[in-house]
Design a protein around this ligand. Structure first.
Ligand SMILES: [Fe+2]
Length: 256
């Protein structure tokens, strides 16, 4: 249940549905003489926790209008269309849906859209106006423990982003079993919760994430993320929740 707690803020599906008394979804079925309506609407498009021009000049309003307003919206819409075809995946939280549709490495058709919705919700919250700099003390100490220094972590993260082939994501995760932080990169839509890692940060390395502002200069996009956009506040909160789950010993970060 760890991931559910970690991700509680953005995993609740929107259920603007007409339900039977038993709570099951109805699709044009009749109950006695009463025709039940076909139900629609599952997951909503979450709004970033800032205005679309708040990340300028490092990420432009235009880039967010396209990235969030078109690409992210398409993932949500396409997921909802897929889910509308069957009752089987009804009622899952987003992280349950991602894990279920990953299907132990044999992904179901819904996986890519579900994971991309999850990944983008998490990405918007991994940035903030006035971001960058360094983590807060407790998280900084954990990074120094697991990477040797903050500079080493940064170098590892940047190298992973630069060396990622094709489209994908770079993540700072807490490895649940090893109880240590690690940088991982994933191809296309894959989200490390499918391997039971607990995400702390992510960076979108799909071309649509950087092309409008940085053309093909991935290095400048990545360094700008690290210097001006990354939200160590969000990472600190996520780390505190993750620590509570994996029991790293004495918590370094007080949980509010
Ligand atoms: Fe994206």
């Amino acid at each position: 249940m760890a991931c559910q707690l970690l991700l509680t803020d953005f995993t609740l599906p929107l259920k603007s549905l007409k339900l039977s008394h038993s709570g099951r979804r109805l699709k044009g079925r009749s109950i006695g003489s009463q025709k039940a309506s076909t139900t629609v609407a599952y997951y909503g498009l979450k709004t970033p926790p800032y205005n679309l021009d708040d990340l300028e000049p490092y990420m432009s309003k235009r880039a967010l209008e396209v990235h969030w307003g078109v690409h992210h919206r398409d993932f949500v819409d396409n997921l909802n269309k897929q889910l509308g075809k069957s009752d089987i995946l009804y009622g899952y939280t987003m992280d349950e849906l991602v894990k279920a549709t990953y299907n132990n490495g044999n992904p179901l058709p819904e996986f890519n859209n579900a994971a991309e919705v999850w990944n983008h919700d998490f990405f918007w919250e991994s940035m903030q106006p006035g971001g960058g700099d360094r983590p807060n003390l407790g998280l900084l100490e954990q990074i120094e423990n697991d990477f040797g220094s903050f500079a080493n972590f940064r170098e590892t993260f940047v190298e992973a982003a630069l060396s990622l082939f094709g489209s994908g994501w770079v993540w700072l995760v807490l490895k649940r079993q090893e109880k240590r932080l690690a940088v991982v990169k994933t191809s296309n839509s894959i989200n490390p919760i499918v391997w039971d890692d607990i995400p702390i940060l992510n960076l979108d390395m799909w071309e649509h994430a950087y092309y409008l502002d940085y053309k093909n200069d991935k290095a400048r996009y990545i360094s700008t993320f690290m210097n001006h956009l990354v939200s160590w506040n969000a990472a600190t909160i996520r780390m505190a929740r993750a620590e509570a789950f994996v029991n790293l010993g004495e918590p370094k970060i007080p949980i509010a």
